[in-house]
Write a protein that binds this ligand. Structure first.
Ligand SMILES: Nc1ncnc2c1ncn2[C@@H]1O[C@H](COP(=O)(O)OP(=O)(O)OP(=O)(O)O)[C@@H](O)[C@H]1O
Length: 646
C-alpha cells in the first residue's frame, strides 16, 4: 500500500493518470490506488481507494472530501506550493476546496459535527443512487418488451396453452357469477310436512330429474321472528313497497331526487337477492304418495318442472370444474410420461469430447470393419457401383469393458454425421406401446437427418428372445425395432450399431441378414493391444520413467485385462501419486495400482478381532459385536471353552 501525506511540504496532487507530489516527483496511477493521507492541519489519518474515474472527479473539484475505512470524512485540500505545476492559488497551507477552511480547528470541527449526519447520509446515498440510475438506464421498457417478445416467441405453444386455459377459466367464472341466483333456505323434509299440515304452504314445486322440492309459505313474518330468536339468517327486508312504487311513479313523471333514486336502487337490489322459492328440501324416498295426498287434502297448489337450462348448465360446469381440478396434476404426469418430448431422440446431446479411431486401440479388426462403414457413409467408397448395399446394422459383441461403446463413439467422431446414441433400457417403459413409440420416433428423426448413425447400447435389454416372458411391452418394442430396420429404403444411409455382452440372448430375428447382419467381435486385447491401450491412456500422464517402458511392463503383468481395466489402472496410479502429494506418477504407483486392480484394496489383516471391530463400527447398536471386538484377543478362550483361531 503506497502511503502519502498531504502537507505543505509534501503535497499530493492527483491528475488523470498520475500522482504528483509537491517536489515535482510523480508516480503513475495504475487503475486503482490505495493510499494514506493526512489532512493538514489536523493529524487525521485514513486511507481511501481511488480509481481513475474518481481521480477525474477529484481534479474537477466535484470530489471535495475523502472518506476513510471507518466512514470518517475529511476535507480534501490542495497544497499551495504546487502553484508552479498546476497554476492553482498558492498559499502556505492546505486549503479546503469545500469549506475554504482557514485552518481554524474549532470552526472546522463544529461544522463537521453539524454536517456529519447530512454528509454521511449523502455519501452513503450517492453511490446507491448512481447505481440505481445506471441500472434504470439499462432496464428500459424497450428491453423489457423485447425480453417478453423473445420469451413468447420461444415458448409460443406454452404461452398459447396457458393463455387459453386462463381465458376459459375466466369465462367460467364470469358465467357462474352472472347466473348466480339467490338460493332458497334449505330445511328438513319434516318442516315441509309440518307446514303443509298447518296449512301455511302456498305453493310447491317438485323438480324433475332431481330430488329437490321447493315451496313458499305465508308465514314469512312469524318465521322471521323465530329465526331471529334462533340466531339464524334473517330473510332480506324489503324497503317499503309503497315507497318503491312511489319512486317508480316519480320516474314516470321525471322528478327523480337522489333520495328516491337510492330507495329504488335498494329495492331492485333486494328484489334481485330474493329467491323465487323461500325454502328447499330433499324428497324422501317412497313418501311421494303421502306428500301428494297431503297437498291435495290441504288444497295446496303444486306443480312439477324440469330444471332450467341455465341451472343445468351451471351444475354441469360446477361438476366438471370440481372433477377436473384434482385431475389436472394426474393428467400432467400422464402427459409427461406419454409425451414424445421425453423421447430418447430428442434428448440426445452432442458429446463434448470427440473420440476418434486413434483413441481406440487393441481392437484392430473391429476398427477396420467400422472404418469401412464410415467410408461408405462419407461416400469415400462407391459401393453402389457394384450393386452393394450399405449394411443396415452392425452388432458389436464382446466381454464388458473391451471398448464397444468407445468404438461406436469413435465412429460418430470420424464419420461426422448425426449420431443418435441410446441405451436400450431407455425403451423399457411402464406403459404398453410407449417403448415402440420411442423406437419409431428415434428412427424417424434418424431418417430425416440421413446419413446418420444410431447406436443402441446393451441391446439385450429389449432384444431378448420373444415369447419367453409375459412382458408384452418388451415384445412390442422389439417388434417395432425389427419393423424399423426392415423399413429402410435401399438408398437410405442410416446405420444402426448395437452393442451387447450376451449375443446368445438375442432374438434370432434381430441377427438375420438385412438387420444386424454384420457381427463384429470386440475381444480381450493381447499383450500388444494392451500396450497400445496403455499408451493411449498414459498420453497425458506425467511419468517418472519412459512411457514405452511402463507400457511394456504393465502389459506383461496384466494378461486377461480389458481396456476398461487398463484405463482404471492408469487412473488409480495417478490418484495414488496425488494422494502422496507427488507431481509425477512413479513406477511404484503403477505397481500398487496393478495390485489393487488384481487383488482389490486389501491392506488389512482380516483377523476375527478386526472383523469384529469393523462389524462393531457398522452395527454399533449390536452390543455383542462391540464387546466381542473389545475382549477377543488372539488365543482368547471364551466362557464356553471355544478357542478362537486367528
Ligand atoms: N480398446 C480400448 N482402447 C482404449 N480405451 C479403452 C478400450 N476399451 C475400453 N477402454 C476404456 O474403457 C472405458 C469403457 O469402455 P466401453 O464403455 O467402451 O466398454 P464396453 O465394451 O462398451 O463395456 P460394456 O459392454 O460393459 O458396455 C472406455 O471409456 C475407455 O476409457
Amino acid at each position: 500500500m503506497a502511503c502519502f501525506s498531504i502537507s505543505c511540504s509534501n503535497g499530493l496532487f492527483i491528475t488523470h493518470n498520475k500522482l504528483e507530489f509537491c517536489g515535482g516527483k510523480t508516480k503513475p496511477l495504475r487503475g486503482c490506488e490505495r493510499f494514506c493521507y493526512t489532512s493538514f492541519p489536523y493529524s487525521y489519518k485514513g486511507f481511501h481507494k481511488f480509481n481513475k474515474s474518481q481521480v477525474g472527479l477529484l481534479w474537477n473539484g466535484n470530489f471535495s472530501s475523502l472518506i476513510n475505512d471507518k466512514g470518517r470524512v475529511a476535507p480534501f485540500g490542495f497544497c499551495s506550493c504546487c502553484k508552479l505545476h498546476h497554476g492553482l492559488p498558492c498559499k502556505d497551507e492546505i486549503k479546503s476546496m469545500r469549506s475554504g477552511n482557514n485552518g481554524d480547528k474549532q470552526s472546522y470541527l463544529g461544522k463537521k459535527e453539524k454536517g456529519k449526519m447530512r454528509r454521511r447520509f449523502s455519501l452513503r446515498l450517492r453511490p446507491r443512487l448512481r447505481l440505481l440510475t445506471i441500472r434504470m438506464k439499462r432496464v428500459s421498457i424497450e428491453t423489457m418488451l423485447n425480453d417478453v417478445k423473445t420469451y413468447v416467441r420461444k415458448n409460443i405453444r406454452r404461452v398459447l396453452l396457458s393463455g387459453s386455459i386462463s381465458v376459459a377459466l375466466g369465462m367460467c367464472y364470469l358465467f357462474l357469477k352472472l347466473t348466480a341466483l339467490p338460493s332458497p333456505k334449505v330445511v328438513p323434509y319434516s318442516d315441509l310436512i309440518a307446514n303443509l299440515q298447518n296449512g301455511s304452504v302456498t305453493k310447491v314445486l317438485i323438480e324433475e330429474g332431481s330430488r329437490r322440492i321447493y315451496y313458499n309459505t305465508n308465514l314469512q313474518s312469524e318465521e322471521a321472528g323465530t329465526q331471529k330468536s334462533n340466531g339464524e339468517a334473517m330473510p332480506i327486508s324489503l324497503p317499503n313497497e309503497d315507497e318503491a312504487s312511489k319512486v317508480e311513479s316519480d320516474i314516470g313523471t321525471r322528478s327523480v331526487t337522489p333520495q328516491s333514486f337510492n330507495i329504488l336502487k335498494k329495492s331492485s337490489k333486494a328484489r334481485a337477492s330474493i329467491p323465487e322459492w323461500q325454502y328447499g328440501t330433499r324428497k324422501v324416498d317412497h313418501d311421494e304418495k303421502f306428500l301428494l295426498s297431503l297437498m291435495r287434502d290441504k288444497g295446496t297448489s303444486y306443480s312439477s318442472a324440469p330444471q332450467s337450462l341455465l341451472m343445468s348448465m351451471r351444475s354441469i360446469l360446477i361438476t366438471v370444474l370440481t372433477l377436473w381440478i384434482p385431475l389436472i396434476p394426474l393428467m400432467w404426469l400422464l402427459y409427461r410420461q406419454l409425451s414424445a418430448a421425453n423421447s430418447p431422440a430428442k434428448k440426445r446431446q452432442r458429446d463434448t469430447e470427440v473420440v476418434g479411431f486413434d483413441d481406440v486401440e487393441g481392437v484392430d479388426s473391429a476398427k477396420v470393419e467400422l472404418m469401412e462403414i464410415v467410408s461408405c457413409l462419407q461416400g469415400a467408397i462407391n459401393y453402389q457401383k457394384l450393386g452393394a448395399k450399405l449394411p443396415r446394422g452392425v452388432l458389436l459383441v464382446g466381454p464388458p469393458g473391451t471398448g464397444k461403446t468407445l468404438l461406436a463413439r469413435a465412429v460418430a467422431g470420424e464419420a461426422g454425421v448425426p449420431f443418435f446414441t441410446v441405451s436400450a433400457s431407455e425403451f423399457v417403459e411402464m406403459f404398453v406401446g410407449r417403448g415402440a413409440a420411442r423406437i419409431r420416433d428415434l428412427f424417424l428423426v434418424a431418417r430425416k437427418s440421413s446419413p446418420s448413425i444410431i447406436f443402441i447400447d446393451e441391446l439385450d435389454a429389449v432384444g431378448g428372445k420373444r415369447g419367453r416372458s409375459f412382458n408384452d411391452e418388451r415384445d412390442q418394442t422389439l417388434n417395432q425395432l425389427l419393423t424399423e430396420m426392415d423399413g429402410f429404403e435401399s438408398d437410405m444411409k442410416v446405420v444402426v450399431i448395437a452393442a451387447t455382452n450376451r449375443p446368445e440372448a438375442l432374438d434370432p430375428a434381430l441377427c438375420r441378414p438385412g438387420r444386424f447382419s454384420r457381427k463384429v467381435y470386440v475381444g480381450e486385447p493381447d499383450e500388444e493391444g494392451r500396450r497400445k491401450i496403455l499408451a493411449v491412456h498414459l498420453r497425458y500422464v506425467p511419468l517418472e520413467e519412459d512411457m514405452n517402458l511402463i507400457c511394456d511392463l504393465v502389459a506383461s503383468l496384466t494378461p486377461g485385462f480389458v481396456g476398461a481395466d487398463l484405463a482404471n489402472i492408469v487412473n488409480e496410479a495417478a490418484l495414488l501419486a496425488a494422494r502422496r502429494g507427488g507431481e509425477i506418477v512413479t513406477r511404484d504407483d503403477i505397481m500398487e495400482a496393478i495390485e489393487r486392480a488384481k487383488f482389490g484394496i486389501n491392506d488389512k489383516q482380516l483377523r476375527p478381532s478386526t472383523i469384529g471391530k469393523e462389524l462393531g463400527k457398522l452395527f454399533p447398536w449390536m452390543p455383542s459385536l462391540a464387546r466381542k471386538s473389545d475382549t477377543r484377543t488372539e488365543g482368547f478362550q471364551d466362557p464356553l471353552g471355544y478357542q478362537t483361531l486367528s
